[in-house]
Design a protein around this ligand. Structure first.
Ligand code: GLC
Length: 537
């Protein structure tokens, strides 16, 4: 089924639903237990069937895989584990043939310590690449230059015995930070972007983009007043001098200018700092990201009142006219189906696609994939080894995709790099494709509804009073009003309605074309989309 664009005058990154793929875990084609590009190629028809308009691929560049591809040793080549540049080109072509855009994850903040730039940089203080990374002398009392902490634990400074200076790493010590204050670095990275833009990628997701620049004075970070025994040690200080610096904003503007050398491309940004800071990453007079990623739905308590408040805060925090974006899953956050349970995962899906803005979900969310249970000893994620005991392991959400209920779930013929996890029997693509009421069917119908109803893409968002656990809002175009009612509770609810309506879709997928009069009855965990019939919009 080819879905019609809701409105072809609106940019693609506003119209489409975006699907994040972690290539290691999507589909293996050569039996080594790790997903690859040819595996992904064999699944493009599934993506078209599902109706997604764009895929965002986590990094596939050459990498020693200390951080599973977020530590890049060559920005302009594909890692042999995933395939070749020719495989990449074939994949882009196959996706484009199906009207699916391709968004590539790029990692500008840091390289791998194996990258030739860093190898040169650390070779001598006089090397022309020395200043491509952040080097500093020991602090006044010896030891690291200041109190900056790595997000992955311990000091963010690593001593280099040969050249007798420290280098800075916001993440692993094997991920040295590039020195974005250096124009040569910015120009080299602009060429990296151009390399992929010429290979026809439609956009980038810019990794860790808020932390590109550090304070040149290397001032100490202030203590985090909320720090207590339950806070992971890397959060001991507030990141004032290393996060969202003014210079970072201008470096993002430069990246945007590079992307705009090509037509119809988009920049997504991983930005930290919560809702308070999100506005500054937007497309304004000095354009930054088209879509600064918003994790509110994953980070919020799941109550109608809290959700209504969070949505309101977010909508008010972004500049007038800015385009919202919502994320329901990622390779860095626990799975929504495990956080909320399957019944509320349906509510979350309906919310995602009915809210104003671009919806992004993570491969496997559409079949309700749970977190895989992985013990600390078996963890592959370095975060768990470096900051143990805080539940930070990201392996559970990185478990392989399940395509069917066979022994290896159709993911590989070999031994999967991470365990598959529980409930493979029912939570797999094949069984849910054959079930008209499955979560997968719901995702497909929600995506299709958003694609065919202009009110859901460019329509106004009208919040309503949310009471007794039912989140209520409307999406309105000039000639249509859609009422969305989501019961976040495990018991039934009745809501008074001001006008009669026709039920378009419900999360259980068992009601259709029903007329709803003055009272709306919602079963426990039920969400509905209703077309308001009588009063004008
Ligand atoms: C981003 C990625 C995460 C990675 C980190 C360091 O936050 O999403 O997976 O570990 O950057 O590159």
């Amino acid at each position: 089924m080819v879905h019609q664009r809701a409105d072809s005058r609106i940019e693609w990154w506003k119209c489409c639903s975006i699907y994040q793929i972690y290539p290691r875990s999507f589909q293996d084609s050569d039996g080594d237990g790790v997903g690859d590009l040819n595996g992904l190629l064999s699944r493009v028809d599934y993506l078209a069937w599902l109706g997604v308009g764009a895929v965002w691929l986590s990094p596939v560049c050459r990498s020693p895989m200390r951080d599973f591809g977020y530590d890049i040793s060559d920005y302009t080549d594909v890692d042999p584990l995933f395939g070749t540049l020719a495989d990449f080109d074939r994949l882009v072509e196959a996706l484009h043939e199906r009207n699916i855009k391709v968004i590539l994850d790029v990692v500008p903040n840091h390289t791998s310590d194996q990258h030739s730039w860093f190898v040169k940089s650390r070779s001598s203080r006089d090397d022309p690449k020395r200043n491509w990374y952040v080097w500093a002398d020991p602090g006044p009392h010896g030891g690291p230059p200041n109190n900056w902490l790595s997000r992955f634990g311990g000091s963010a400074w690593e001593w280099d015995a040969r050249t007798e200076q420290y280098y800075y790493h916001a993440f692993l010590r094997e991920q040295p930070d590039l020195n974005w204050h250096n124009p040569e670095v910015r120009s080299a990275f602009a060429d990296v972007l151009r390399f992929w833009l010429r290979r026809d990628v439609d956009g980038f997701r810019v990794d860790a983009s808020a932390v590109l620049a550090e304070d040149p004075l290397l001032r100490d970070e202030p203590p985090n007043p909320d720090f207590d025994s339950e806070t992971p040690p890397p959060e001991k200080f507030n990141r004032v001098f290393t996060d969202a610096r003014p210079e970072t904003m201008s470096y993002i503007e430069e990246m945007r200018a590079v992307v705009e050398e090509f037509s119809d491309r988009a920049l997504l940004g991983e930005v930290q700092g919560g809702i308070g800071r999100i506005g500054q990453f937007y497309d304004g007079e000095r354009p930054r990201f088209h879509l600064p990623l918003n994790f509110l739905l994953l980070d919020t308590d799941w109550h109608a009142a809290t959700l209504a408040a969070g949505i309101d805060q977010y909508i008010n925090a972004i500049p007038d006219g800015a385009w919202p974006v919502w994320i329901l899953g990622s390779h860095d956050k626990p799975r929504i189906a495990s956080q909320l349970g399957l019944a509320q995962a349906r509510i979350a899906a309906m919310l995602l696609f009915m809210l104003p803005g671009t919806p992004i979900f993570y491969a496997g969310d559409e079949i309700g994939m749970p977190n895989a249970m992985i013990s600390s000893e078996d963890a592959r994620d370095p975060f768990e080894a470096l900051v143990p005991g805080y539940g930070l392991n990201r392996d559970p959400e990185r478990a392989p995709m399940r395509w069917d209920s066979s022994e290896k779930a159709g993911f590989t013929t070999g031994e999967p790099w991470l365990p598959l996890g529980d409930h493979v029997e029912e939570r797999n693509v094949a069984s849910q494709q054959g079930d008209r009421r499955s979560l997968l069917s719901l995702y497909r119908q929600l995506i299709a509804l958003r694609q065919t109803e202009p009110a859901l893409v460019a329509g106004r968002f009208q919040p309503l009073r949310s009471e007794r656990g039912v989140l209520l809002f409307e999406r309105c175009s000039d000639d249509k009003r859609l009422l969305i009612a989501l019961n976040t509770r495990d018991s039934s609810r009745t809501c008074p309605l001001q006008s009669a309506g026709a039920l378009r879709l419900n999360t259980h997928l068992d009601r259709k074309d029903e007329r709803v009069e003055s009272q709306l009855h919602l079963r426990s965990n039920e969400g509905v989309v209703i077309e308001v019939l009588t009063s004008s919009a």
